[in-house]
Design a protein around this ligand. Structure first.
Ligand code: UDP
Length: 318
């Protein structure tokens, strides 16, 4: 069931608006009649992702670190907290910023939602399940996380963010939503962010060796960005306040994925094997029963189609 809107032209605040997901979310909100106030400090976001919005009267941009107090004049209906480094090499390089934006940044964004009587959505992650012992992962699973490992800064920041969100919900009665985002791909990913899609696609386009980590038996399930953003939008507009997984349940090994990308790019690349990073989850696949039932959502973009558009984007960047 959809929750009631306060206004026909609602105002949304998007933190991390210059990032991969934040910028796609901003585009969708503008297309659905929202006014958007985007906030980003460009630590991992890029002005290129929002340059096309220059001059749009419904888009306002504030360059700010969201761990600092957020002061905004006027009404706000929705706060979407997307700011965070999100690729393993980014959060390895920026562990303290990652912890701060997940903790202090979430606190500030929740404070803004409380002040404005706005509905709040936290972009959480499948990483809260850690290296999962239950497969596929339902929302009821509590996870298997190494708190002090190299990924701990991200995983624990997001777990804290979920806990803080629930505390504001229970204590201050803020309307909240928690989305757990699984691996997502599409245009505007940073070519050198280290994630597997930009890594494999850029290597394949350049006919360079495709670097599979470990034996490539670890699995992931990739969701195209437009599917993901639609699911998140539906969650915000629903009246469901418990966590919901959004992702594509089509699971594959990283070796299969490398082969698929080499074929899709028509590349001459060979596969080489590199050491598996510490705590790299062995398997990951969302259980999306809740999203299907509550949001009437499931992904519609097939991998070959999403990859074609993503490869076309990366060809303009390589
Ligand atoms: N990976 C890989 N080669 C690369 C980059 C990543 O084999 O050049 C693997 C990585 O070990 C992981 C999977 O691809 O098992 C997905 O990695 P990514 O960094 O995209 O995100 P994660 O799902 O680990 O957060």
């Amino acid at each position: 069931m959809a929750a009631k809107l306060k206004s026909k032209t609602p105002t949304s605040v998007v933190t991390g608006a210059a990032g991969f997901l934040g910028s796609h979310l901003t585009d969708l909100l503008l297309s659905r009649g929202h006014k958007v106030i985007g906030i980003d400090n460009f630590v991992t976001g890029s002005v290129d992702n929002i340059a096309h919005l220059g001059g749009n009267p419904n888009f306002k941009f504030i360059q700010q670190d969201v761990t600092e107090f957020i002061f905004l004049e006027g009404p706000v209906d929705f706060v979407w907290h997307f700011a965070s480094p999100a690729s393993p090499i980014d959060y390895l390089e920026l562990p303290i910023q990652t912890l701060k934006v997940g903790s202090l940044g979430t606190h500030k964004a929740l404070g803004l939602a409380k002040e404005k009587n706005a509905r709040f959505l936290i972009a959480s992650t499948s990483e809260i399940y850690g290296d999962p012992l239950i497969h596929p992962q339902p929302e009821e699973y509590w996870g298997n996380v190494n708190t002090i490992g190299p990924r701990g800064c991200y995983d624990e920041a997001k777990r804290f963010a979920e806990a803080m969100t629930m505390a504001y919900h229970r204590e201050h009665k803020v309307e909240t939503r928690i989305v757990r985002i699984f691996n997502t791909y599409g245009p505007r990913m940073r070519i050198n962010d280290g994630r597997v899609v930009p890594a494999f696609v850029s290597q394949a386009i350049k006919n360079k060796s495709v670097t599979v980590f470990g034996k490539g038996t670890q699995t992931r399930s990739f969701c195209y960005v437009s599917d993901l953003i639609e699911g998140i939008y539906r969650l915000m507009m629903s009246d469901y306040d418990m966590p919901v997984n959004i992702g594509n349940p089509t699971e594959m090994t990283m070796l299969q994925f490398a082969e698929q990308i080499i074929t899709a790019t028509g590349s001459k690349s060979k596969i080489i094997f590199k050491p598996l990073p510490q705590d790299d989850p062995k398997q990951r696949k969302p259980d999306i029963t809740k999203a299907k039932k509550i949001l009437k959502w499931s992904p519609v973009v097939p991998l070959y189609k999403g990859l074609t558009d993503t490869i076309a984007y990366f060809r303009t960047k390589v």
